[in-house]
Design a protein around this ligand. Structure first.
Ligand SMILES: [Zn+2]
Length: 405
């Protein structure tokens, strides 16, 4: 299997012309740019000799012909608003190039390479929709109930795109021996630590809670301080206490974010009657996430009733951490080291299609460095040499799987 670097890089550049914005892409799911990119990918897969189709949710899937067993390799080709050119796209085109190289090598007795671009990973309608569908977690009823920010349903946009009613491709446990996803890191750790290949150990779990303080609106000039039921000040004190608690119990990779704060009625001369904050936190270990949530509740118990303000917390989002297959991760690590590439075992702080796949099939991910750690922005970029090293490590991982098969 001989990787053709110029062809891989040319394909990446070509894919980046669909929805191009400066050095990045604006390719939201099911827009004309996204659909044109999917059609282009379908053609590239067919030219490569794969049995390719776009399915009923927009997944582009190319199967190796004439084999019973295959490694599935992919990611996504949709983007966030004004996103980067490699986020997702690279993992899909790694799969395409590897499938092409396998067919060119002419050894057709080994494992096939099936390639997939999952629809709507970034969640214009539903985050990870394509991989959820592929693993049997999305029904037609879900299509009607899922909408974008403008209230348009997934069902309506699939009709518009011409994908509705097509059969949906699914994971085939008797065929797919593993799922591999190559991705840019989207953070600064590899660069900061001077490492080339990130071996992903797991994908972090996410919880999001809303904490609400309820007090009483009063004139901010005439009401004495000790008579106020000031929901705003209560919320600020609460957040301060919570940060202190988080810092005491955090895991090495725990992160948290106070992403949105709202005061009501929201005027300089009115004591806030209500105040809300959205708190999101992530860790690769469920026990640590549970501990952080327990601190949120303990801080609520401490604050509730102080200064006449009621405080309560409501859970909004809960996503469990996903573990990558340790044996597959070890193959990636061995392959990288054999090429003299430095490695870093690390959790992924961002969600990926691999977190859905990992619950059904042996799954592993490798990261390559993001320049300056930049991502979800048109400034996102990676050295071409690192892109090429990443696919070689993935190719060696596939070779190792063939030796085991
Ligand atoms: Zn991505």
């Amino acid at each position: 299997m001989q990787i053709n670097y110029p062809r891989l890089l040319a394909d990446l550049r070509q894919l980046a012309t669909f929805g191009q914005v400066g050095t990045g892409v604006h390719r939201l799911s099911f827009t004309s740019e996204d659909r044109e990119a999917r059609h282009w990918l379908l053609q590239r897969m067919t030219e490569a000799g794969l049995d390719a189709q776009i399915d009923g949710i927009g997944n582009v899937y190319g199967q190796t012909k004439g084999v019973n067993k295959a490694v599935l390799i992919g990611s996504h080709t949709d983007s966030v608003p004004k996103g980067g050119w490699l986020d997702g796209a690279m993992g899909v085109l790694y799969g395409l190039e590897l499938a092409r190289a396998r067919l060119e090598a002419g050894d057709l007795t080994d494992l096939g390479i099936d390639v997939i671009s999952f629809a709507d990973e970034e969640g214009t309608y539903r985050a990870l929709a394509g991989s959820l569908s592929f693993c049997g977690h999305l029904s037609e009823a879900d299509f009607a109930a899922t909408t974008n920010q403008l209230g348009k349903t997934l069902h309506a946009v699939l009709l518009e795109a011409g994908y509705a009613g097509r059969p949906r491709v699914t994971l085939d446990p008797s065929r797919h021996v593993a799922y591999l996803e190559g991705h840019i890191e989207q953070g600064p750790r590899l660069e900061v630590e001077g490492k080339k290949i990130g071996v992903v150990t797991g994908i972090v779990g996410i919880r999001r809670l809303q904490v609400t303080c309820t007090g009483q609106a009063d004139h901010a000039g005439t009401t004495p301080m000790h008579l106020r039921k000031d929901a705003g000040s209560a919320l600020i004190k609460y957040c301060h206490d919570l940060i202190r608690r988080f810092e005491q119990i955090r895991g090495a990779n725990s992160v948290w974010n106070f992403g949105q704060v709202m005061f009501e009625p929201g005027a300089g001369n009115v004591v806030p009657s209500a105040a809300r904050v959205l708190i999101e936190f992530r860790d690769a270990t469920e026990a640590t996430i549970d501990r952080m949530q327990a601190e949120i509740q303990a801080a609520v118990t401490t604050a509730d009733g102080q200064g006449g303000v009621n405080v309560q917390a409501t859970e909004l989002i809960r996503v469990s951490p996903a573990e990558m297959d340790a044996n597959l991760a070890a193959l990636i690590e061995t392959a990288a080291r054999a090429r003299g590439a430095s490695t870093l075992r690390m959790p992924s702080g961002a969600g990926h299609d691999a977190m859905v796949l990992s619950r059904h099939v042996s799954t592993a991910m490798l990261f390559i460095p993001s320049i300056g750690g930049r991502s979800h922005d048109i400034a996102e970029d990676t050295d071409e040499a690192d892109i090429c090293l990443g696919i070689e490590v993935l190719a060696d991982t596939v070779r190792a799987l063939n030796q085991k098969a």
